[in-house]
Design a protein. Structure first.
Length: 136
């Protein structure tokens, strides 16, 4: 991915998110997945991020996000989960009701996130170590 520029930075931060449905219920169908991708694109745009890739299965979704460092990771995850949860409950009411009663959240309270892309850690360590010409 090509680095992006902020007002005082140049950055390239790719994050891999995984959101799991509450109780790992197999509630997600193809139309829901399509709608979630649209919602995630919109949320990412509002936060200065870019949705690079999106996919999922009946009980979880994967997102690859080109992250903007002005945000916190937890704020991006929270916004993505909140927006998609509201949309699923509103637009797919009958499907969601089969799995969840009204006060149970759509997503599990936790999420997975990992940095992704770029050079392998060992290569970065070698590069950084080679920069220190003042070492004794």
């Amino acid at each position: 991915m090509k680095p992006r520029k902020g007002s005082h930075s140049v950055f390239s931060v790719l994050l891999h998110f995984v959101f799991v449905t509450h109780y790992r219920r197999r509630v997600i169908n193809a139309p829901m997945l399509t709608r979630m991708e649209t919602m995630c694109n919109q949320v990412c745009e509002k936060m200065g991020c870019k949705l690079v890739e999106f996919s999922g299965e009946s009980d979880h979704v994967h997102l690859l996000v080109d992250f903007h460092p002005r945000n916190s990771i937890s704020a991006v995850a929270g916004s993505l989960k909140a927006a998609t949860s509201r949309a699923m409950r509103r637009e797919f009411k009958s499907e969601v009701k089969k799995f969840y009663w009204s006060d149970v959240s759509f997503w599990s309270g936790s999420y997975y996130v990992a940095s992704s892309g770029g050079a392998p850690i060992e290569k970065l360590k070698q590069y950084i170590n080679s920069q220190n010409v003042l070492k004794a």
